[in-house]
Design a protein around this ligand. Sequence first.
Ligand SMILES: NC(=O)c1ccc[n+]([C@@H]2O[C@H](COP(=O)([O-])OP(=O)(O)OC[C@H]3O[C@@H](n4cnc5c(N)ncnc54)[C@H](O)[C@@H]3O)[C@@H](O)[C@H]2O)c1
Ligand SMILES: [Fe+2]
Length: 380
Amino acid sequence: MTFSTFKSANKLITGQDALDYLTQALAKFNIQNPLIVTDQGVVSSGTIQHVLDLLPVSYSIYDAVKPEPELEQVQDCINFYHEKQSDAIIAVGGGSVLDIAKCTAALASQEGDIRDFIGTDQIQDRRIALIVIPTTSGTGSEVTNIAILSDAAKQMKQGIVSDYLLPDVAIVSPLMSVSCPASVTAASGVDALVHAIEAYISVNHSDITDAMALQAIELIVEYLPQAYALPSNLIAREKMATASLMAGLAFGNAGVGAVHALAYPLGGKYKMAHGVSNALMLPFVLQWNLLGCAERLSKIAQLLNLAEGNQHMANAEKLVKFLHRFCQQLHIPPGLSSFGILESDLPALAAEAIKVERLLKNNPRKLTVKDIEAIYREAY
Ligand SMILES: NC(=O)c1ccc[n+]([C@@H]2O[C@H](COP(=O)([O-])OP(=O)(O)OC[C@H]3O[C@@H](n4cnc5c(N)ncnc54)[C@H](O)[C@@H]3O)[C@@H](O)[C@H]2O)c1
Ligand SMILES: [Fe+2]
């Protein structure tokens, strides 16, 4: 049997007035006492107020989500949900908040420990309505069936994958990301770019995910520098919000590959922001992947007007160089050594990365643990 499936949040609301849909969503699900799941950055920047001002009902706020949160935070949020007798979840935040909110909505009505649900299709149901409003552009978590949480004991990021994590409604408004610090705009924007590129070269890509990925890549390359340069540029924010969503649709269905697999141990062990670890690995993994997907990388180079002639390998190499400069312009620190990682740590990192089989199996070139170590050395 050869077929592809395509999953998304049930309803996607985009555009400058997207937040206006929130009251309709509350009425549709008969929500009387929602729990707003968010974090300190979104609250202290005042951005949360865009949402609170629209709520015609009573609500509670759980604002304790930590960046790159740990698995245990889900139980804390579930306890709060029950304490406040909430009847739905509205997530307002970046990927960290959305992932905690998605797990809380799915698991608050079920028995079991969060660790029981690590892996694919371990969740059986979701009975709690889930509305998500991303404030970064971004992880695409608003449309994916994935939550990625830190496992402090194993010093790794763990994936929880289930269709019950797909939100009922994703409201994607450019107003929500205006207050992002520049470093968060840059890191989360590059994360979206990596999602689109890895989905496009994934062995599981389809014509549908290709269309999403290519459009996302074009938008991000044009508008991420603009959003970074002028945070209040609402057109750039809107294009980035849509691009991040499209990249989420692409990778949520085609999967990501070795860039993410090699980035996971960096996030788990060194607490590096997810977008930063991806940015560091991107050019080096793509350089390695050239043999497996030069033609597809060349297509991206053509889309970005980097290509000269029909030499796929040469064009693909131009793209790799371009991406290197692109991340530099966004002031993402280059090299693993800038983050205090010791060269002697690289074999242990490679031993962790090879375990991320869920993602490595999507990559267009096979990697051994020795290959991974060599890529880490290049990126050092
Ligand atoms: N579920 C998925 O599909 C998926 C995909 C990729 C990444 N992730 C996960 O998402 C997390 C990263 O998410 P992220 O990159 O969105 O960052 P984040 O949610 O960790 O936020 C980073 C920082 O920016 C602040 N912030 C966010 N929005 C803001 C705003 N509008 N104004 C002011 N401050 C703001 C936060 O308070 C936080 O301090 C990681 O844990 C990563 O593993 C999940
Ligand atoms: Fe990512």
